[in-house]
Design a protein around this ligand. Structure first.
Ligand SMILES: Cc1cc2nc3c(=O)[nH]c(=O)nc-3n(C[C@H](O)[C@H](O)[C@H](O)COP(=O)(O)O)c2cc1C
Length: 207
């Protein structure tokens, strides 16, 4: 009798864990490789804090998040030499750290552009990286998996986001045809506040 009960228990244990594993696998299937380009030069700044909260949330939901601090990289501005549009496969003539980003973009399902607002727009360092998309993250060569985009912006004053939103809509939604997953902003006292960081964590966890 004990043996039968033991068999039933074993069956239940196995069946239960098999169901859980299948559910975990299914969840994992839909998870994304997320590339965050952080354009703030301040390692502990407001943008970095929001990025960290987003990453924590997104990873807790099973996503993979790569954060590149573009200010710690050597990424020159586009030279407009058009070399990239004359060669096949397309490649930029400037051999700098942008190649790390090109490689990560090939694997990314979602791009997050994070930046402080400088003179009503994203930082110059992030703009340099975006301009270099011209080589091989441009129509008709959009990285194969890239489907979604979001923005994280930090500013001193409110209503400072028109420049960044213009780029979001024109460059990323209209031109690259990415789905807008959200624009998250913090100004003044919102920067680094527990409420704002919780918002970013929840956004990450929702993916
Ligand atoms: C060069 C520079 C330009 C800035 N321009 C603006 C601006 O146009 N509007 C604004 O609200 N804040 C502006 N700020 C303030 C930053 O956007 C703000 O302090 C932001 O929270 C910094 O983010 P971080 O901590 O990630 O560096 C500027 C700051 C700097 C250093």
């Amino acid at each position: 009798m004990l043996k039968v009960q033991e068999k039933i228990n074993r069956y239940r244990r196995r069946n239960g864990s098999a169901t859980r594993t299948a559910a975990a696998d299914k969840k994992k299937e839909n998870k994304m490789n997320i590339l965050v380009l952080n354009g703030s030069p301040r390692p502990q700044g407001s943008t970095a804090q929001m990025v960290a909260a987003f990453k924590e949330g997104a990873e807790s939901a099973g996503n993979t998040v790569n954060v590149v601090d573009v200010c710690r990289k050597k990424i020159a501005g586009c030279l407009a030499c058009e070399h990239c549009h004359r060669v096949e496969p397309r490649v930029c003539v400037q051999k700098d750290d942008m190649f790390e980003i090109y490689a990560l973009m090939e694997e990314a399902d979602m791009l997050v552009l994070a930046s402080p607002i400088y003179y009503h727009n994203i930082s110059g360092q992030l703009k340099c990286a975006i301009d270099r998309f011209y080589a091989n993250a441009t129509q008709p060569n959009v990285p194969p998996r890239l489907k979604k985009v979001a923005m994280i912006l930090s500013s001193g004053s409110p209503d400072m986001y028109t420049g960044a939103l213009f780029s979001m809509e024109g460059d990323f939604m209209d031109y690259l045809q990415l789905e807008n997953m959200g624009v998250f902003t913090a100004y003044g006292k919102q920067n680094g506040s527990p409420e704002k960081l919780a918002e970013l964590r929840a956004f990450g966890a929702s993916l």
